[in-house]
Design a protein around this ligand. Structure first.
Ligand code: HAM
Length: 431
């Protein structure tokens, strides 16, 4: 196997054993999104590189070093695999004039691509479920987003393991004032800056506050605070968000160092964090981005949204023992003999016509080995077909779980017998 091909580093296969967990997550999420009036959007995975540069910001980790960008050799266009969903969602809303009659609540899900160093909870292809509420001002939407996420953690059974951090980035003017003060502050202390910080000093000084470098922590702690520059409207907005959370009984902490890695945010930003995932503990993040729609060429419209990292939530669900057992079929058809094989194909179709989930044994083998497979499949019943049964148009139905005798019945009666034996399927299986 030494020359066997392997998947690209940091890009994962989803194997059948993990699929039930993804399916459970997706069905809970879909119902949850519907319950808040969000409508689905699907955009292409490839976009023009300029879209992400414009939306996310030239001087961000994502745009500077994490995007999968290449030139389409057929026409010379620079294209990028989407590193996130907000830019595409806003582009599509503008392109299709979705906001012509007011605000829209939109959601999307799918793979995103970032060339980061892979580790637990961090991949180069990962999945997000994101929502964007376009065209809504006011702190009520910010509060709704937070209530909504809090509800999802409950629905998923992990509420007690996830906590909320919030911050406000203020409006454009206060950010500009803060930026000048930060530049002056860091310029006066150039000798204490690491390479990253020096590079960002003039292009994106806010990101220096996000530094993980222990040697710079004291410097960052003492840096000028945006909170001190906020205007009244921004303070009122933030106070309203905090009041809303308190009224809803959602605990939070204000983290003044929460600045986010994408440039489009203003006012409220937030992250939902867990201690269960080591260093990659942010499972959901977002905030307000009132300037983005206009910045991307649309009619000005306030907006806010968030995205969650599906893999991170699923790792947590698995570790908390919330993964469901694989679905088991109702019936496993054992068939030995050539005529039996042909009849078994028809019998399987007719059991499915009757609404049953059926696995037809493939690949031959002895009666005994097939019965072992039937048992391991988790099916409630084996339908056994030999050449005798095939000639008579019958099957021998054998319960595999609990009580009951094997009985030979006409194919037409097998559905009734199996369906009548219990309501629905077994919840658990062992295969
Ligand atoms: P983000 O913070 O870059 O925000 O990503 C959101 C979430 O995606 C993260 O909190 C994390 O759970 C997950 N995530 C990010 N990178 C990776 C990775 N390499 N591997 C696994 N999971 C990852 C955004 O993308 C914004 N578009 C969110 C938003 C929507 N803001 C407003 N609307």
């Amino acid at each position: 196997m030494s020359n066997a091909l392997r998947a690209v580093r940091g890009m994962n296969d989803l194997l059948p054993a993990e699929a039930p967990l993804w399916a459970r997550f997706e069905s809970i999420v879909r119902a949850w999104l519907k319950s808040y009036g969000y409508r689905e959007m699907r955009t292409p995975i490839l976009e023009h590189t300029g879209l992400f540069k414009r939306a996310i910001g030239e001087v961000t980790d994502i745009v500077e070093k994490e995007m999968y960008t290449f030139v389409d050799e057929l026409n010379g266009e620079s294209l990028t695999l989407r590193p996130e969903g907000t830019a595409s969602c806003v582009r599509a809303a503008i392109e299709h004039n979705l906001l012509f009659d007011g605000g829209k609540r939109l959601w999307y899900a799918g793979p995103m691509f970032r060339h980061e160093r892979p580790q637990k909870g961090r991949y180069r292809q990962f999945h997000q479920v994101g929502i964007e509420a376009l065209g809504f001002a006011g702190p009520d939407l910010d509060i709704e987003l937070l209530l909504m996420t809090a509800r999802l953690w409950k629905l998923l059974g992990m509420a007690e393991h996830i906590r909320l951090e919030i911050n406000t980035l203020g409006g454009a003017e206060s950010r500009a004032r803060h930026r000048q003060k930060l530049i002056a502050y860091f310029e006066a202390r150039q000798d204490q800056l690491d390479e990253d910080a020096k590079r960002r000093l003039h292009s994106n000084p806010l990101r220096i506050l996000d530094s993980k470098n222990p040697a710079m922590q004291a410097l960052v702690e003492a840096a000028p605070k945006l909170m001190d520059e906020l205007d009244e409207a921004a303070i009122a907005h933030f106070e309203a968000v905090k009041r809303g959370l308190e009224e809803a009984g959602i605990p939070y902490t204000v983290n003044p160092r929460l600045v986010r890695g994408l440039d489009y945010y203003n006012l409220t930003v937030f992250e939902w964090v867990t201690d269960k995932l080591g260093s990659q503990g942010t499972v959901c993040a977002g905030g307000r981005y009132d300037g983005l729609v206009a910045q991307m060429g649309g009619k000005p419209a306030p907006a806010c949204g968030f995205a969650m990292g599906v893999e991170r939530l699923l790792v947590m669900m698995a570790e908390l023992g919330l993964a469901p057992e694989p679905d088991a079929p109702d019936v496993y058809i054992v068939n030995v003999g050539e005529a039996a094989g042909r009849f078994a194909l028809m019998a399987a179709e007719s059991l499915r016509d009757g609404g049953l989930d059926v696995v037809l044994h493939g690949g031959g083998g002895s009666f005994k080995s097939q019965m072992k497979k039937a048992d391991a499949s988790g099916a409630r019943f084996a339908a056994i077909i030999g050449d005798d049964e095939a000639a008579a148009g019958e099957v021998a139905v054998k319960p595999l779980r609990g009580e009951g005798e094997q009985r030979r019945v006409a194919l037409a009666d097998a559905v009734l017998m199996i369906r009548g034996s219990g309501n629905g399927k077994r919840e658990t299986g062992n295969g």
